[in-house]
Design a protein around this ligand. Sequence first.
Ligand code: HEC
Ligand code: HEC
Length: 302
Amino acid sequence: MSQHNPWPDEGNTGHIWDEDLRELDNPPPLWWMLSFYAGFIMIIFYTLYYPTIPLTDGTGEFTKGVAGWTQVEEYHEDFAVLKDWRKSKFADKEEKLASMSVDEILKDEDLKAYSVATSKQLFGDYCAACHGAGGQGNPNFPVLADDDWLFGGKPSQIEASLINGRIGNMPAKGLMGNLTEQEMNDVTDYVIALSEGKADEPVFAAGKAVYAKGMCLACHGPTGKPLAYTGAANLTDQIWRFGSDRETIYNVIAKGVNVKKDGEYLEGTQKAVMPAFNERLPNAEVNIKRLTVYVHALGGGQ
Ligand code: HEC
Ligand code: HEC
């Protein structure tokens, strides 16, 4: 910086660098000043118009603004607009769902895709807690995404599962409840052999006899594969609802499934109840069809 100012009349501030680099003292342009003041006016307007200043009285309240505007209200208004828009956009599809049967919906690729897409949230809200997101199952709750069905994978069977709910009943210790300790052990080994495809080996002959004596075959079928979908598990696959270890399998046979005594669940019995959704679901008539299509499309539908 130099003390000597060779340009005294040009209105510089007297700050000069590198011989001739000067700082001039010009007023800011008019447009800039106007925007600057407009900014102030906007701030005052905002402060008065919108909720702004926190109050210091410890209530956590704030000035509400003269407009009475709130973010939540705006959200609700916008959401209502969106809902109306959706309703009008998909009204014809919803009407079709209401008037068609599940079988008919499954034949219509467009409606099928629509049902699946609109089921995901419903499934998450009403089914996933038990059946897992995507229907992959949870311990003690059946997988819906495979082709191993307790009550059947035809659309009408899935629909019935949803409308009325399902309760699979298995008596404790065979149909008559009279199996001895020895017989229980033999039949447990036989059941495990069934799942491993070894049931015909002579060592399991005793268990096979108990399987007949306990009338297991009435529900699980003569070969361990149920003849009809009555809720009984297929024992010839590796899919175990209640656990694959010998102790669990023994306990299921010993305590049964959903066994009640004097109106109370028998201690140790497996509880497996699918609630009825006819009255639980909003707009049940359409939503049950939608979910039936969804479950059917998860992979195991028949
Ligand atoms: C409270 C837990 C629970 C909820 C919630 C639930 N389920 Fe189930 N669901 C079960 C149980 C347990 C079974 C098996 C019943 C049995 O073994 O007796 C089952 C069985 C089923 C079956 C029959 C499976 C088969 O193999 O035949 C279908 C289909 C099904 N559920 C679909 C659904 C759908 C769709 C929803 C949501 C609307 C839902 N479930 C909600 C517990 C539940
Ligand atoms: C009245 C019909 C009925 C009879 C009789 C019956 N079961 Fe069951 N069984 C069922 C039902 C229903 C289930 C539960 C299926 C479910 O909810 O996953 C079941 C489940 C099982 C399971 C558990 C399968 C799994 O995936 O975890 C085993 C093991 C089993 N039964 C073996 C037997 C044996 C052995 C006998 C004869 C001593 C027998 N059951 C008699 C109906 C029956």
